[in-house]
Design a protein around this ligand. Structure first.
Ligand code: G3P
Length: 214
């Protein structure tokens, strides 16, 4: 499973990249607004730090507006993936982008049927928001399982990008379900690596090492 970071914070991206397996980054307008900097500047800098796919989200809604916006975002860097919401107008734009060779991450997906249509439109990635589904009283992870099964049934090339991840169990379940990608907020990225028993074990081994006669 590829690991993306769900952030627009360049410091966090640099920190995660040091581990050597940061596969990509997803952003959205909310995440970029938190950084209090220009949208294009943030995307360009993130693309320099991370060689993998970097999602940059469109904020227009009509097909006629989405297409010039998608073309403009795709030109910011060679690794930009344009993020387009899963609406009727959005799907038209996904189809047109895929015909033009622009990679698209279809976002704000909340059902397996929506994901089926996104794949038919030619999406590169589909982003089901599992945390928001859980918040609304649904089982977000079941949507991931259903999409993985549907994409396998019909050999779609669209990659399932599990998004709106809130805790390490989401990462575990996404991997078990066969999600191609999980995008993690930095706090979850840190939690996945850490385990209190690992820290306690390291401390104990160091303590005992000091007792070995030299
Ligand atoms: O990047 C999109 C997604 O991961 C948003 O997550 O926590 O705002 O539901 P959240």
């Amino acid at each position: 499973m590829k690991i993306f970071l769900d952030t627009a914070n360049v410091g966090e991206i640099k920190e995660a990249a040091k581990l050597g397996f940061l596969d990509g980054v997803t952003t959205n307008p909310t995440l970029i607004a938190k950084e209090k900097r220009k949208f294009e500047d943030a995307i360009r800098e993130i693309c320099e730090v991370c060689a993998g796919p970097v999602s940059a989200e469109c904020i227009t809604e009509r097909f006629e507006d989405l297409m010039p916006e998608a073309r403009r975002l795709a030109k910011l860097a060679s690794n930009v993936v344009v993020k387009i919401p899963l609406t009727r107008e959005g799907l038209k734009a996904v189809r047109a982008c895929s015909q033009e060779g622009i990679k698209v991450n279809v976002t704000l997906c909340f059902s397996a049927n929506q994901a089926l249509f996104a794949a038919k439109a030619g999406a590169t990635f589909i982003s089901p928001f599992i945390g928001r589904l859980d918040d609304a009283g649904h089982e977000g992870m079941q949507v991931i399982r259903d999409i993985v099964q549907i994409y396998r049934n019909y050999a779609f090339k669209t990659e399932v990008l599990t998004a709106s991840i809130r805790h390490p169990l989401h990462v575990l379940e996404a991997a078990k379900a066969g999600s191609h990608v999980a995008t993690l907020p930095f706090a979850v990225f840190e939690k996945v690596i850490a385990h209190p028993l690992t820290d306690a074990g390291v401390a104990k081994f160091l303590e005992d090492y000091r007792k070995i006669p030299r």
